[in-house]
Design a protein around this ligand. Structure first.
Ligand SMILES: [Zn+2]
Length: 221
């Protein structure tokens, strides 16, 4: 009985929080963030948390439907796009996540905090670099709009998604050379533009280190 009551409280507070997810885009514009699709016509955006196609099976983004980034991070992404074109002129970026308000981070944390998945979601107390509009999650698609095979889908919770184990998984036959090469195309484009890939998600790139991010930008609540 107690368990059901706790579940009821969690879903009630969750629904309450969801109802209040409004005005995100206006707030981000006010804070000086930019919509990447106003700067590049060719960058594709499919915000997974703005749909039900995510690990929570819920749209937690409310009226946030666009990829907003700090202007400098957006400029870096435009350079990364040029680097991608140098490797293959038919390839395009497909962006899965950009600026993410901390209030959404709190909802995500509530959902995962008592599960093994919690290691994949930053605690809202310290915040994620996404909460500062300085991180981007993305992949590469071919001329037909099909994502390159990266060995796992986006938000795959497991070691196979972690770039730090690529050599091990290649030896074990769990990742192919081609899948690793595809990840390298993404990494090369992004890293040559100044982004840093994190060691446990092939899709996540930070524009600046955490300390610099916190010093320069305000958190998006
Ligand atoms: Zn990310």
């Amino acid at each position: 009985m107690k368990k059901y009551f706790v579940l009821f409280l969690i879903s009630a507070s969750f629904l309450y929080a969801l109802k209040n997810q409004t005005g995100f885009e206006a707030r981000m514009k006010q804070m000086g963030l930019v919509n990447i699709q106003n700067l590049s016509q060719s960058i594709l955006v499919d915000l997974k948390y703005s749909s039900e196609d995510n690990f929570m099976k819920k749209d937690v983004y409310g009226d946030l439907n666009s990829c907003f980034l700090q202007k400098e991070a957006a400029d870096m992404l435009l350079n990364a796009e040029k680097n991608l074109k140098k490797q293959n002129k038919n390839y395009l970026f497909l962006v899965y996540d950009c600026a993410r308000p901390r209030s959404v981070q709190e909802i995500m944390w509530e959902i995962v905090k008592d599960t093994p998945e919690k290691i994949y979601v930053a605690n809202p107390k310290s915040g994620s670099i996404h909460n500062y509009g300085s991180a981007v999650d993305l992949t590469v698609v071919d001329e037909k709009g099909v994502p390159l095979d990266m060995g796992t889908p986006y938000d795959f919770f497991g070691d196979l998604a972690q770039p730090k184990y690529e050599n091990k998984f290649l030896k074990e036959g769990k990742l192919t050379q081609k899948q690793i090469e595809n990840r390298k195309i993404l990494r090369k484009s992004m890293e040559n533009a100044g982004f840093k890939n994190i060691s446990n998600e092939w899709w996540h790139f930070d524009a600046f280190p955490r300390a610099i991010t916190k010093k320069r930008f305000k958190i998006i609540e």
